[in-house]
Design a protein around this ligand. Structure first.
Ligand code: ADP
Length: 484
């Protein structure tokens, strides 16, 4: 259990935080929108009532005495039109009396806290009128502050306006009930947000669990493999998603690891077996010879037998060492441009006496096949193939060597008219120590490593080697190397 440091927890915490932020942002925006809407509605109501008062005020003024020559007044507008008196050319006298127009009385009905109220002051600050619901401490707004604006006093929202002649009209409403209504709306909002958060976090956790379960399976399989059980595989459907792909890649890696471990183990067992056999033969020959006194010729025969066995063991060990170096990528290749046809000719010269001994005919079709590689290593490849073609041929048979190029590769083909191999054997001939007929081919310096070395050298050159064969008719080995 990795606790809060695990990816699962870190993702869960981040997911929760982001959800909280998003929901908070959404909730605050929603609340602000509703609040702004409510205030706009109240302001529209206030504005409508102010217009009613202004209209009544205008009427009161028109009913008042004729103008006296007062100086022009401050330059605000009060919504009144274009009559010269209204434009301030000669200011109207303050109305002496104010009465709301008949229809407008309904706008300020009631005297409790929920009622709209108004107040009206003349230019010198004297209160001309106020409605029943107007709060007792209501004072005229400072004329210097603004001419037409909204103010909040406690929970009261008030809209006031100074007319050009200097009267102040104020309409207001205690919006505490509306604000309380808004707060009541906040609770469901908070509850809904909380529910969405809980659902989101639970859903996210579920999704995370689902998404991360394969990782747990991968890790438990890898642990079992680490302690030595190479047969373990990740039990995940190899789907198209990332983890499915990863599981697929890991499973095929594990499969390759298992195969190569098994090959390695078999190789070691085979190698010890191959070395133990000649040593056992050697020891028993020596033991038999030493059992009694022998003639000089007999001792010589024994020594010659020992020499042959030792030479065979040396060949075997050299081959093993060579393969081990190829496995470790330590076998240095002296790469240089070369022509496979030329290398084939040199190998053919070497093999000529052996072929002649067996009465075999050597045919060639050597076209230029340029590639890059280590000439002596590639010579070894061709010699190994030719030796096999001689070894497994019928007497009086034929061997044909072809070189050439196609679009991508330089090609070498060694074809014989020998015993051939079954398809199942063809698949295994490049395995180390594999012999089709082990009893028949153990002698004469056969190690079962010749083709394994051919494959190692060709692959170290970035090429491929393949075989096709018809039992009783013959075999064809084809080597392809990247052309130059
Ligand atoms: P070996 O030293 O036994 O020849 P190789 O690796 O060269 O080992 O060959 C592996 C086996 O493949 C041989 O034992 C033989 O059975 C088979 N083989 C190789 N070349 C040929 C061929 N040209 N024709 C038939 N069988 C072949």
């Amino acid at each position: 259990m990795k606790g809060f440091a695990s990816i699962r927890w870190r993702l869960q915490i981040w997911h929760g935080l982001i959800l909280v932020l998003v929901l908070a942002g959404f909730g605050i925006t929603a609340w602000e929108l509703v609040r702004a809407n409510e205030l706009r509605r109240i302001d529209a109501d206030l504005s409508e009532r102010r217009s009613a008062i202004l209209a009544s005020l205008r009427r009161a003024r028109e009913d008042g005495p004729p103008p006296r020559g007062l100086p022009p007044l401050r330059g605000s507008t009060d919504g009144e039109g274009s009559r010269p008196r209204d434009r301030g050319e000669f200011p109207p006298p303050p109305p002496r009396d104010f009465r709301l127009g008949g229809r407008d009385v309904g706008l300020f009905e009631g005297s409790d806290r929920n009622a709209y109220y108004y107040a009206l002051w003349v230019r010198d600050g004297t209160e001309l009128a106020r409605s029943a619901a107007a709060p007792p401490g209501l004072t005229r707004p400072d004329p210097a502050a603004a001419t037409n604006t909204i103010r909040m006093i406690g929970t009261r929202r008030e809209l006031f306006e100074y007319t050009r002649p200097g009267e102040c009209v104020l309409v207001g409403l205690d919006i505490a009930p509306q604000m309380a209504g808004l707060r009541r709306f906040a609770w469901p909002l908070l509850l809904a947000g909380g529910a969405i958060l809980a659902l989101g976090v639970a859903g996210g956790g579920w999704l995370l669990n689902r998404a991360l379960r394969p990782i747990a399976q991968i890790s438990s399989t890898a642990t079992k493999i680490a302690v030595g059980d190479l047969s373990q595989r990740i039990p995940i459907a190899e789907t198209e998603d990332e983890l499915g792909e990863l599981a697929g890649v890991l499973n095929s890696t594990f499969a390759r690891l298992e195969t190569s471990f098994a090959q390695q183990a078999r190789f070691t067992a085979d190698a010890s077996h191959e070395l133990r056999t000649p040593v056992t033969v050697l020891l028993s020959q020596i033991q038999t010879t030493l059992a009694r006194e022998r003639t000089a010729t007999e001792y010589r025969d024994l020594l010659e037998a020992c020499q042959r066995t030792a030479q065979r063991m040396r060949r075997l060990m050299e081959s093993l060492l060579e393969l081990a170096r190829f496995d470790a990528g330590q076998e240095p290749l002296k790469r240089a441009p070369l022509n496979l046809a030329q290398v084939a000719e040199e190998s053919l010269e070497l093999i000529q006496p052996l072929a002649a001994d067996r009465g075999l005919k050597l045919g060639t079709d050597l076209s230029t096949a340029r590639c890059e590689g280590d000439a002596s290593r590639l010579g070894q490849v061709i010699t190994n193939l030719l030796t096999n073609a001689v070894q497994y041929n019928r007497s009086g048979g034929e061997i044909r060597v072809t070189t050439g190029t196609d679009q991508e590769s330089a090609m070498l083909r060694v074809q014989d008219t020998g015993v051939g191999m079954a398809p199942a054997d063809c698949e295994r001939v490049f395995e180390r120590f594999f012999r089709v007929d082990a009893a028949r081919t153990t002698g004469a310096g056969r190690t079962g490593l010749g083709l394994a070395i051919v494959k190692a050298i060709v692959e170290a050159h970035g090429g491929t080697v393949s075989v096709s064969s018809v039992p009783g008719e013959g075999t064809v080995f084809t080597v392809r190397l990247p052309r130059r």
